[in-house]
Design a protein. Structure first.
Length: 445
């Protein structure tokens, strides 16, 4: 019998077969035969239910979820308000196309985003289907507004897998290798990465601005796009002052400053948006992932005069702002605002920092523990150096998964384990997950 997901699912780690179990294996064989090889997976199970802090597979294993489907299920899988809203909307209508006949849900999501994103200036929003699509549109909007073409992204950046966003993304393998030619007029600047460059935010910003100024030139530059805390690149938190200096330079030079908050948005970092942690007010902000409790929805939100620079019909898409996704987003946003998710993210972050910090003190293979809120990472190095140890990160992830704890790797050098649990994970389950991480790490000595 398939269990019902959501918060009522038993909150336990329970391993009843090896992973993958026989039923999961069967599905993975069908996957290998039917699904394109390029679509890989990291946790070899057939998921049948999820909620709170667990994922249950078809063999009856219950795994602790420390990945939230890459920062998506912040309100938890199958949050009751999201389920109810989806069911209600699915029964009313599933699609009209907002560009054909508008409906309230889309407008209400735009109003909520305009209200919740940083800054009290007049804002407008447009809705799309995925993070990559939001980023593409933010660039279109910035180009139209400025009449300029160039875009600057940073080292270690991740912005998506479509053609323009591949160009913006830094890492070649697996995201770009063999998929060129890439979109033109995309330039890269050095990021602030305190663990590796040792620079103050001010000095790192000077270095980046010099590259931008000399190699691109403000007069040609439509936008600078940056993740306030880099996600796939390694949960890199820039040094204090870095983002502020870049943002101020953009304002002084008529360049649109775009914060890509696809991964950091919606309470993940202990604030509604990570930009708030650094005191920056982006001109445009891209969101997706956590926005709709697991349904595909994304947005660009920003200064009304920038958002309105595009001619009618210049933005859109068949499904952008689908009514079911919008209903889910309104329910998720209500949950974010009323159910203490910012506090949850902070509490989870403190627990992660305390446990991982203690592990670091006793283990020279852990170079750094960093992050904000429930977005925390461990960077593995060869002891006594800053040299990456991707083999260790990969072994830790595999070892944890085998014992029923889902952890994800990331980082340009693949040497980082990231923790981004659903914000509904019970604290004892988080502790148990970290016990497993500690024992796997010990076993790899
Ligand atoms: N911007 C900051 O983190 C998506 C993708 C993982 P989509 N990150 C996870 C993978 O291997 O594909 C992401 C992000 C930031 C943009 C995106 C893209 O969002 O919804 O995956 O298109």
């Amino acid at each position: 019998m398939t269990p019902i997901g959501g918060p009522t699912l038993a909150q336990e780690r329970k391993i009843v077969t090896e992973i993958p179990g026989p039923v999961s294996k069967e599905l993975l064989e069908r996957k290998a035969a039917a699904v394109a090889a390029g679509v890989a997976h990291t946790v070899p199970i057939a998921a049948v239910a999820a909620g709170g802090g667990v994922i249950v597979d078809a063999d009856g294993n219950s795994l602790i979820d420390l990945g939230a489907g890459i920062a998506v299920t912040s309100v938890g899988n199958s949050h009751p308000k999201v389920v109810e809203a989806v069911q209600r909307q699915a029964a009313a209508f599933t699609h009209t196309c907002f560009m054909i006949s508008p409906y309230e849900g889309y407008v209400a999501v735009a109003e909520a985003l305009n209200r919740l994103t940083p800054g009290d200036h007049a804002k407008k929003s447009a809705l799309f289907n995925s993070g990559a699509e939001a980023v593409e549109n933010a660039v279109k909007i910035a180009r139209k507004f400025t009449g300029r073409q160039a875009v600057v992204a940073f080292d270690h950046a991740y912005h998506g897998r479509t053609n323009l966003t591949m160009a913006l993304t830094a890492k070649s393998m697996p995201y770009k290798s063999g998929f060129g030619p890439f979109a033109s007029e995309v330039y890269r600047a050095p990021m602030s990465y305190p663990f590796h460059d040792g620079l103050s935010g001010e000095d790192a910003a000077k270095r980046a601005i010099s590259v931008i100024d000399k190699q691109v030139g403000a007069a040609n530059l439509a936008a600078v796009i940056i993740e306030p805390i880099q996600g796939e690149g390694g949960f890199i938190v820039p040094a204090d002052g870095f983002l502020n200096a870049i943002s101020e330079w953009c304002t002084a030079n008529g360049v649109v400053f775009i914060a890509d908050e696809v991964q950091t948005g919606f309470t993940r970092t202990g604030a509604m948006f990570a930009s708030e942690l650094f005191g920056i007010v982006p001109d445009l902000i891209t969101t997706a992932k956590g926005i709709a409790g697991g349904l595909p929805l994304a947005a660009v939100t920003g200064r009304a005069e920038i958002m309105d620079a595009t001619h009618a019909g210049g933005l859109g898409g068949t499904y952008g702002g689908n009514p079911i996704a919008c209903a889910a987003a309104l329910a998720a946003i209500e949950a974010f605002e009323t159910e203490g998710f910012i506090e949850n993210a902070k509490t989870i972050g403190e627990a992660l920092f305390t446990r991982l910090g203690a592990m670091q003190e006793a283990d020279a293979r852990i170079g750094e523990v960093r992050g904000r809120g429930a977005m925390i990472a461990v960077e593995f190095v060869k002891p006594g150096t800053h040299e990456a140890d991707p083999a260790l990160a990969s072994a830790v992830a595999k070892g944890c998964i085998a014992q029923g704890v889902v952890v994800l790797t990331c980082g340009t050098y693949g040497n980082i384990i990231r923790f981004l649990p659903p914000l509904t994970i019970p604290s004892d389950l988080l502790d148990e997950g970290l016990d497993v991480v500690a024992s796997v790490l010990e076993g790899l000595k």
